[in-house]
Design a binder for this molecule. Structure first.
Ligand code: HEM
Length: 352
């Protein structure tokens, strides 16, 4: 790797036993923006301090910013694909967007490590932010999701994971960065458990015990695995997921925290559209008859190198900008014609 290639954040880390997901909003005020910017340069040192105490604990932290927060905190230039979360679907089956300016995805093999790092990171931000959602996720038996199926099998690995998640030269100022989409789902476990295992398997598209993909001849086109498989120009386009089950049985809460990383928001958004609206429309994901999305947010993750440098970057003041033209949308903003517009995968075709 060339020496000046930006170091990415820990996007492609191996799966861990525990995770904490924190979504926070910025509290108005220039002092608060200063606090957040200064904090950007402290994150790596805090991860080192907490993580060194248990070297085998695999502690990592990924930090992302929402579209509005990017403008408030850092201004231009802005990542080409960053925009507010786009809601899809309607009625009961809707991917909702909810407030969120900062995302923290903290992972480790022990919850105490995640807990301590979250305490340090949130503590340092103090009143500059308001935490609007915090989920503590755990690894469930053999990598099973809350609905009992193994989750994460078809994730890309190694070099392929980096290729699908890290921005390359399609957006040179943000090389090594990534996009992440999160949604908190709550499940109707009584309804789900009332289904036969065969019905559940047709909904997911894989066998429950052995986690084998159903044969194309029996796998419905509405299965979760079919609707989230994207092909462009004959090539499969993948995202990297690290979903975690969470819940409070005593409160009847059973959930999945979905987190998907990609080098452009477009593939994740296309998967959401396929699941919620259907491919073709109406042929939607039946998992959603038993799962409701209660949050949704899209965030940009700067490379680790840029994250540290952002501490020194404040947007130009309004006075300095007076008389300037509004920033034109970047030509690299993903188009709505179904193409990814991401470097080597760029093409004009629709997903197949
Ligand atoms: C209720 C929340 C969800 C649950 C419980 C869930 C669970 C699962 C399970 C059990 C699998 C099969 C094993 C695997 O390959 O990982 C899977 C696959 C997959 N899911 Fe989800 N998922 C959820 C939401 C989502 C969302 C919102 C997306 C994308 C926006 C997504 C994208 C994918 C992809 C890309 C695959 C791999 C498909 C393949 O290549 O076969 N999932 N999911």
């Amino acid at each position: 790797m060339p020496k000046d290639t930006p170091e990415s954040q820990s996007v492609c880390n191996t799966v861990t036993r525990s995770a904490i997901f924190i979504v926070a909003t910025l509290v108005d005020g220039e002092n608060n923006a200063d606090t957040v910017r200064a904090w950007c340069a402290d994150i790596a040192a805090l991860v080192r301090s907490v993580g060194k105490r248990v070297p085998s604990g695999n502690l990592s932290c990924v930090c992302g910013f929402g579209s509005k927060a990017w403008d408030t905190l850092f201004g231009a230039p802005r990542p080409a694909g960053l925009h507010p979360f786009r809601e899809v679907g309607e009625g009961e089956r809707r991917a909702v967007g909810t407030p969120g300016d900062i995302l923290l995805h903290i992972r480790a093999d022990q919850m105490d490590l995640c807990f301590d790092l979250a305490t340090q990171l949130v503590g340092r931000l103090g009143e500059a932010i308001a935490v609007v959602d915090e989920v503590h996720g755990f690894r469930y038996f053999d990598m099973r999701s809350m609905v009992g199926f193994v989750d994460g099998t078809e994730n890309p690995e190694g070099r392929e994971a980096a290729d699908f998640t890290l921005i390359g030269d399609e957006d040179p100022e943000f090389t090594g960065g990534s996009y992440v989409l999160v949604q908190k789902y709550l499940h109707d476990m009584a309804g789900w458990n009332a289904l036969s295992v065969e019905t559940q398997e047709r909904i997911i598209g894989r066998t429950k015990l052995s986690d084998i993909e159903l044969d194309e001849a029996v796998k419905p086109s509405s299965s979760h695995s079919s609707l989230t498989t994207l092909v462009e120009n004959g090539e499969e386009v993948k995202i990297l997921r690290d979903n975690m089950p969470f819940g409070r049985p005593g409160m009847g809460e059973f959930g999945t925290y979905f987190i998907g990383y990609a080098r452009s928001p477009r593939p994740i958004e296309q998967m959401l559209e396929n699941m919620f609206v259907g491919r073709p429309p109406g042929n939607y994901d039946r998992l959603l008859d038993y799962s409701r999305a209660v949050t949704g947010g899209l965030f940009f993750l700067p490379s680790a190198t840029l994250l540290e440098a952002l501490a020194e970057r404040a947007p130009q003041s309004n006075a300095a900008c007076a008389g300037q033209q509004p920033v034109a949308p970047s030509p690299a903003e993903p188009r709505h014609d179904g193409s990814l517009n991401i470097g080597s995968l760029k093409g004009t075709s629709q997903y197949e």
